[in-house]
Design a protein around this ligand. Structure first.
Ligand code: BJW
Ligand code: ZN
Length: 245
C-alpha cells in the first residue's frame, strides 16, 4: 500500500462521508439504499418534504439524533485528529457528515458542509441556528420563540445551497495550499462521490496541482478521478496509512 507522507511541507484537505461513521454504527445512505421506512430519503431530507409533512421530517431527524447520541467515534475519526495535531493550520477537514462525531473525537478545523444533526434553525426568520439535541415526540413540530413559525433541522437538504462561508473556507484553504510552495494533498474517505459540490472537490484539487487519495469500501462514482485508491474500511486503513514526518 502506498503511504501518505505528512511532513512539514504538506497541506492536507480531507473530505469525509457517511462511510467514516459506518464503523461507529451510523447507517450510510447507500447502506439504507437511499430509503427510510421504505420511502426515498429525499422525501424527508428536502424542502418539499418538509413543506408536505414537517412532523414526519422531525421524526426522521429525532430518531437520527437519538441514534447518533448513542454512538462513539472510531479509529478512523481518531486518525484524523492525530493528523491534524501534526499539521496544525496546514490541515482542514470538510465533512458531509452531520453526526458531529469528528468534533466529538477532537477534530478542531472542521467544516460541516451539510449541517449538524444537533442544531436547529427557524424555517422563516433570521434567528441564528442554535444547539438542540431534543428528541421530539412523534407528531411534534417545534415552533420558533421569535416568530412562531416552524423550526427545522440545521441540515443542507437536496436542492438547497450550502453555506457560502463553508465553501469559502474550503476554497481559501485550497488556494493557500496550492500557492504555499508546499505539497497539496486531498484525501476523501467513506463517500460515494455522488453528491455535489463535495464530489467535485477532487477535480478542483487536481486543477490546482494537488495529489488525490481515496479510501473507500466500494468503488465511488468519482473513483477514476483519484490518483491513489485504497479499498477498505476507513477505521482500518486511516490509522496506518500516514507516515508522520
Ligand atoms: C465505507 C465504509 C467504511 C461504507 N469505510 N468506506 C452537479 C451535478 C449534478 C447534480 C448537482 C450538481 N450540483 C448540485 C447538484 C444537486 C444535488 C446533487 O448532488 N445531486 C446528486 C444526487 C446528483 N446537490 C445538492 O442539492 C446540494 N446543493 C447544491 O448544490 O445547491 C446548489 C444547487 C441546487 C440544485 C441544483 C444545482 C445546484 C446539496 C446537497 C445536500 C446533501 N444532503 C444530504 C442529505 C441531508 C443530510 C442528512 O439528513 O443527513 O447529505 S444527501 C446525503 O448524501 C447526505 C450525505 O452527506 C451525502 C453524501 O453521502 P455520502 O456521505 O457519500 O454517503 P453514501 O452513503 O452515499 O456513501 C457512503 C460510502 O462509504 C459508500 O461508497 C460506501 O462504500 C462507503 N463505506 N462503509 C470506508 N467502513
Ligand atoms: Zn423564527
Amino acid at each position: 500500500m502506498d503511504s501518505l507522507i505528512l511532513d512539514s511541507n504538506t497541506w492536507l484537505l480531507v473530505l469525509t462521508g457517511a462511510g467514516v461513521s459506518a464503523e461507529s454504527g451510523v447507517p450510510t445512505f447507500r447502506g439504507m439504499s437511499g430509503l427510510w421506512e421504505d420511502q426515498p430519503v429525499e422525501a424527508v431530507a428536502s424542502p418539499e418534504g418538509f413543506r408536505k409533512d414537517p412532523a414526519l421530517v422531525w421524526r426522521f431527524y429525532s430518531e437520527r439524533r437519538k441514534a447518533a447520541a448513542a454512538v462513539h467515534p472510531n479509529p478512523g475519526h481518531e486518525a484524523l485528529v492525530a493528523w491534524e495535531r501534526h499539521l496544525g493550520d496546514r490541515f482542514l477537514l470538510a465533512t458531509q457528515n452531520v453526526d458531529g462525531l469528528h468534533t466529538r473525537a477532537g477534530s478542531q478545523r472542521v467544516v460541516e458542509m451539510h449541517g449538524n444533526l444537533f442544531k436547529t434553525r427557524c424555517s422563516h426568520c433570521e434567528r441564528p441556528p442554535f444547539e438542540d439535541a431534543t428528541v421530539y415526540p412523534a407528531g411534534a413540530v417545534p415552533e420558533c420563540d421569535a416568530c412562531g413559525k416552524l423550526l427545522r433541522p440545521h441540515i443542507v437538504w437536496f436542492g438547497e445551497y450550502l453555506d457560502p462561508a463553508d465553501i469559502q473556507r474550503i476554497e481559501d484553504f485550497s488556494l493557500r495550499a496550492a500557492t504555499s510552495g508546499g505539497r497539496f494533498v486531498f484525501l476523501a474517505a467513506g463517500t460515494s462521490g455522488a453528491v455535489y459540490p463535495a464530489a467535485g472537490i477532487v477535480d478542483q484539487v487536481r486543477k490546482a496541482g494537488g495529489k488525490t487519495w481515496l479510501v473507500n469500501l466500494d468503488p465511488a462514482e468519482n473513483s477514476n478521478r483519484f490518483e491513489h485508491r485504497i479499498v477498505g474500511k476507513s477505521g482500518e486503513v486511516l490509522p496506518t496509512l500516514a507516515k508522520l514526518a
